[in-house]
Write a protein that binds this ligand. Structure first.
Ligand code: CTP
Ligand code: CA
Length: 221
């Protein structure tokens, strides 16, 4: 049993976190997704709850309950978008840790797609709404918005771009080209970017350790 802190640096604060990989249905039995496991989002939820926050975790994967964390299960980007926008209205902090599918099929078939002769299949994908960007555009002065950047090259530079384009207060740049960290791993190594401080590189460590450090940096904002 993990008891929620009765005090703590985020006591009474409402924190919204997205986690996992969204799924875009092609038909009732198939979907497009990515390699995110949701572990970083769950670690952040635990770290925020340890500091006394009321956490709403909007997630595509279920894991054992964490005291102080209310899990909302979603599947598609649109579902995650709707849940996140609604929850953010009364929130103090938003953390976008989900690996959101940038594209979705233009249409979802109601029935299983069948093969036709020997021919292949061309899929047309359209762009999904950007949850983090929308929330960044609508935040008030008292709300803090934190995003992630999943990059395979120029990690810090692309992360710095996203800090600005998403109107975020903090951006966690994540090198997802390394197989020892990031997607599905229990460890991570990230660079924390903010508007007014030098980038802070965090060497490889368990995701819960990284998460606790990120939460402590959010507290200083
Ligand atoms: N994100 C989001 N909604 C989307 C796409 C991304 O909320 N439709 C969020 C992610 O949760 C993450 C941040 O935006 O916090 C950056 O995601 P990333 O995939 O690195 O960047 P994109 O803006 O999607 O740009 P690209 O994938 O083209 O690099
Ligand atoms: Ca993306």
């Amino acid at each position: 049993i993990r008891l929620q802190a009765k005090s703590g640096l985020l006591h009474g604060k409402k924190v919204i976190i997205t986690a996992g990989s969204t799924r875009e249905a092609l038909d009732p039995v198939r979907y497009i997704t990515n390699r995110s496991s949701g572990k970083m989002g769950f670690a952040l939820a635990q770290a925020a709850a340890e500091q006394g926050a009321h956490v709403t975790l909007i997630t595509t994967v279920t894991k054992p309950a964490i005291y102080g964390v209310n899990q909302i299960l979603v599947s598609s980007t649109q579902e995650m978008f709707d849940a996140a926008i609604a929850a953010f209205e009364t929130a103090d902090i938003f953390i976008g840790a989900a690996a959101v599918s940038d594209f979705k099929p233009e249409k979802t078939d109601h029935h299983k797609i069948k093969k036709t002769g020997d021919s292949g299949l061309t899929l047309k994908l359209v762009q999904n709404p950007d949850i983090l960007k929308t929330i960044g555009q609508h935040k008030t002065h008292s709300q803090i918005v934190v995003g992630f950047a999943a990059e395979t090259q120029n990690v810090e530079a692309y992360g710095a771009d996203k800090l600005v384009t998403k109107n975020a207060d903090m951006l966690i740049a994540n090198d997802v080209s390394r197989s020892d960290i990031g997607f599905s791993s229990d460890d991570n190594s990230v660079t924390i970017l903010t508007r007014d401080k030098q980038p802070e590189f965090l060497d490889r460590a368990p995701k819960i350790t990284i998460a606790r450090h990120i939460i402590s940096r959010i507290v200083t904002l």
